[in-house]
Design a binder for this molecule. Structure first.
Ligand SMILES: Cc1ncc(COP(=O)(O)O)c(C=O)c1O
Length: 486
């Protein structure tokens, strides 16, 4: 299946030209999203049952014509959806090199450089976010959802007993985990998958700034102990998905100490902001966590996918995940080697560390910090625009890079909930910018996430110009509907 060197080289050049064009033409292109239907996309990419062989040059040409057209080009600064990182370009090159090397990091000797680069990158990330512990260790996984699953699996055994490996959870008291009601849904999923049960994830009310209420948290734990439940841990969120709030981590850590609970921090999104000196106080206590997760594919600007689980004590990874059958024995007697299969669920595992390492090596601490600070500044800039415009209303002050707000129509018969829902749909149809809505205080609202190292004030100005145009169109549409109903 291999090509001649000449042909391989030509294909790489052809691919690099495609990539280069995406970046030169689409970063601030006319549309970030084309709003195509699943059927349209299926038609373009469908394969015939007896697919005939194709010249790879033609395959690339076909992709050149079609791939970006049917994608949501999230590297663009006109993309504000979910919490999506912007994928830096050296990371893109890392992905190409990774594919070519085809490492399988199941054991040290199957991927020596990969293993050490993963360990070095995780140490660097730990330092960056001020999570410095002599015996800490970590592992790269696909994303924050898997990282939450792994973290809770560790918590479950560390506090629920290692007999769970053999017996399952059946002989145990019912275990309970505590989070704020703003915590990420992947924690519910993890509770489900790990057999702990979603109803044993206790969602504690938040205060007006969307942070966990510490007094309620303590009361819930005490009540559960009285009722013979087994509280095993509290998960603080360092940057909630909805509003970017950081829980009072120091206070959570004290509660965990008082009740002998596992202290875990979901810093999937917000973690990198702990590197900024002016934000140290906000993240105070994060370093005390027994385990933590952080996603380089979000706020370290590394291309998808890569998230990171870090534990204070390496032994907790091994005690939770290590199983070494006969066919995986080779090289295990060399104790200076870490086999990453012992650190998580995966056996076959790719070289995610390369793009992380290349990002760190290329941009260094300071440039990454500058970009994080710029994202926070862009969010504050958006907030200032909203405050100046009485057709918009902010729903909170931005804490990191996320801001929720709503459009307020001057037309009395148009409800806020209706027009904001309509605007979200029309943004998709329009495609010049992309943002995702959410629900705050039971109301559909607009939400922007400003994580993107390419964003400048002119992009935020563009966003609000587009939003105003779309809001006017939505008003016209809702007026028409309202007139027809009379
Ligand atoms: C706080 C938090 N935790 C976990 C996740 C899940 O991360 P992923 O999308 O990488 O699975 C997210 C995603 O936005 C998040 O914001």
């Amino acid at each position: 299946m291999d090509f001649s060197s000449k042909k391989f080289n030509e294909l790489i050049i052809q691919s690099s030209k495609i990539i280069e064009r995406w970046y030169s033409e689409k970063i601030r292109g006319s549309k970030v999203y084309e709003n195509k239907s699943p059927d349209e996309i299926k038609k373009v990419f469908s394969l015939s049952e007896k697919n005939k062989k194709c010249d790879p040059k033609d395959v690339l040409k076909y992709l050149d014509n079609n791939l970006i057209k049917y994608s949501n080009f999230n590297p663009s600064p006109n993309y504000y959806g979910y919490i999506t990182g912007s994928g830096n370009q050296i990371g893109v090159i890392g992905e190409l090199l990774k594919g070519a090397l085809n490492q399988n990091n199941l054991k040290w000797h199957s991927a020596p450089a990969n293993t050490e680069i993963e360990k070095i990158s995780i140490k660097w990330i730990s330092k960056f976010i001020r999570y410095n512990h002599k015996n800490s260790a970590g592992v790269f996984v696909s994303g924050g959802s898997v990282a939450n699953l792994i973290n809770i699996a560790i918590m479950r055994k560390a506090k629920g007993g290692y007999n769970i490996s053999e017996d399952g959870i059946y002989g145990n008291q019912v275990m309970r985990v505590y989070v704020s009601e703003e915590a990420h849904s992947s924690i519910d999923k993890a509770m489900d998958i790990l057999g702990l049960g979603k109803k044993n994830l206790i969602k504690v009310k938040t205060d007006k700034n969307f942070k966990i209420n510490i007094i309620t948290l303590k009361k819930k734990i005490k009540d559960d102990i009285k009722k013979k439940y087994l509280p095993i841990g509290v998960i603080g969120t360092a940057g909630t998905t909805n509003t970017g709030s950081v829980d009072p981590l120091d206070k959570i850590s004290s509660i965990c100490k008082e009740f002998n609970l596992w202290f875990m921090v979901d810093a999937a999104y917000g973690g990198p902001a702990a590197s900024i000196s002016s934000l140290n106080k906000k993240f105070s206590g994060m370093h005390k966590a027994d385990s933590i997760l952080i996603n380089p594919h979000k706020w370290l600007f590394v291309p998808f996918e890569v998230a990171c689980v870090i534990v204070k004590e390496k032994k907790n990874l091994e005690k939770t995940f290590s199983i070494v059958p006969d066919y995986l024995q080779g090289g295990t007697e060399k104790t200076e080697r870490d086999d990453l299969m012992n650190f998580g669920i995966q056996l076959s595992k790719d070289f995610k560390a390369l793009k992380v390492w290349m990002t760190i090596k290329t941009f260094g601490y300071n440039q990454i910090k500058e970009k994080i600070e710029n994202d926070i500044a862009m969010t504050k800039y958006a907030y200032s625009i909203i405050k100046k415009n009485n057709c918009f209303e902010p729903l909170h002050k931005p804490e990191l890079s996320i801001l929720c707000f709503k459009y307020k129509s001057k037309l009395k018969y148009i409800k806020d909930s209706l027009i904001n829902k309509e605007i979200i749909e029309m943004i998709e149809e329009d495609g010049r910018v992309f943002l995702s809505g959410t629900v705050i205080n039971n109301q559909p609202v607009l939400r922007i996430n400003c994580v993107n190292h390419r964003r400048a004030k002119k992009d935020v100005d563009f966003l609000f110009n587009v939003l105003k145009q779309i809001a006017k169109k939505a008003e016209k549409k809702l007026t028409r509907i309202s007139n027809n109903q009379i």
